[in-house]
Design a protein around this ligand. Structure first.
Ligand code: UDP
Ligand code: MG
Length: 332
């Protein structure tokens, strides 16, 4: 928790990509619900390479409203990188990453803040209650992913918690120390530890615009998460290899005994073919898994920056306005 309890700042971090129609409704919703959630509010948008006039909408908003600040990345770096840029640049004592499409209900932030300030939690994450807005396929695959991930990884992530959460400055500083290029944020948020708690909510459908994630993107996202947080897929092959070698040894003994007793038998095309194809497949899968890790090592080794910033509307910013008049203490 921050030492400066009275003058603290809350930062909302909102990655946006081609969301021109969503910016204004988002800001009105924030104004309607979060006007005095914190003494100072920073509304930090990260324009992740939009091509549709989002930048103009953000410029207008930041000129009109001093609490709004926006960063423009030089191109589309993806939501995870954009969110990292926002978390790196946010000035708040607590930071809330959220989507612009109002799928993350702003009023929940009151509860986040309450748990953070009054109950001493360092992270308060939103947990999607019913997920009825998702298709059944998405719900099942998400469920499978969480149980698979938590079984394989030493970092456990809470099921059905998205990026929508409040994180204390201590966690923000911890996140800034994690240099990796594969930013699986759900995992990274959990990695530092600290005290955390979930808050249930119903996630509404997107208000305007379309989802930027299709099945293929989500699959790659899941793969990225697993590979970044577990070495089990890499190590499992030693065990599979061990079991196969052991079984093969018994089979060799059986075969040799048979040949010695009954003499050589030529038929066996089917079993030979099955074995060749099966083990060929297994070998390719294991090489593929190696490839997943090596490609990530390759990306890490290059040490390229995670994102590039083209413009920061807050580069020469004045201090954030106070939401409520500061209480004057008379010390005379
Ligand atoms: N987003 C982004 N960069 C991308 C894709 C998405 O900054 O490459 C932003 C998007 O503008 C939105 C948020 O990430 O504010 C969540 O995206 P979306 O609503 O499409 O995801 P979903 O809710 O369908 O998972
Ligand atoms: Mg959305």
């Amino acid at each position: 928790m921050t030492a400066d309890k009275d003058g603290w700042t809350l930062s909302l971090v909102i990655p946006v990509m081609n969301e021109v129609e969503a910016v204004e409704p988002f800001l009105s919703a924030i104004d309607a619900t979060l006007r005095d959630v914190a003494p100072r509010l920073e509304i930090l948008f990260i324009d992740d390479g939009s091509t549709d006039g989002t930048a103009e909408a953000l410029t207008a908003a930041s000129e009109r409203d001093q609490r709004v600040r926006w960063l423009r990345l030089t191109r589309n770096f993806g939501k995870e990188a954009a969110m990292s840029a926002g978390i790196d640049h946010a000035i708040g004592d607590a930071v809330v990453p959220m989507d612009v499409d109002l799928q993350d209900p702003p009023e929940l932030i009151h509860e986040f803040v309450h748990k953070w300030r009054n109950e001493g939690y360092d992270m308060v994450y939103g947990v999607r209650g019913s997920r009825h807005e998702d298709t059944r396929r998405k719900r099942t695959s998400a469920g499978l992913f969480y149980s698979f991930f938590n079984r394989l990884s030493t970092t456990t992530i809470p099921s059905n918690a998205g990026d929508y959460r409040l994180i204390d400055r201590r966690i923000v500083e911890a996140l800034r120390q994690l240099p990796e290029r594969s930013r699986f944020m759900k995992g990274l948020f959990s990695w530092p530890g600290y005290r955390s708690v979930g808050v249930y909510y119903d996630r509404p459908a997107r208000q305007v615009g379309n989802s930027k994630f299709n099945f293929w993107k989500l699959w790659n996202f899941a793969l990225d998460g697993l590979v970044s947080f577990s070495t089990w897929p890499l190590r499992v092959w030693s065990y599979i290899g061990g079991v196969v070698a052991l079984l093969s040894f018994f089979y060799i003994v059986i075969l040799l005994t048979k040949v010695m007793i009954f003499g050589s038998q030529v038929p066996g095309y089917a079993s030979l073919m099955t074995a060749i194809l099966f083990f060929g497949g297994m070998q390719l899968i294991s090489v593929g898994v190696l490839g997943e890790y090596i490609s990530r090592l390759f990306i890490e080794a290059k040490q390229r920056p995670l994102y590039l910033i083209e413009h920061d509307s807050g580069a020469d910013r004045k201090p954030l306005p106070q939401a409520r008049p500061a209480v004057k203490v008379d010390i005379s």
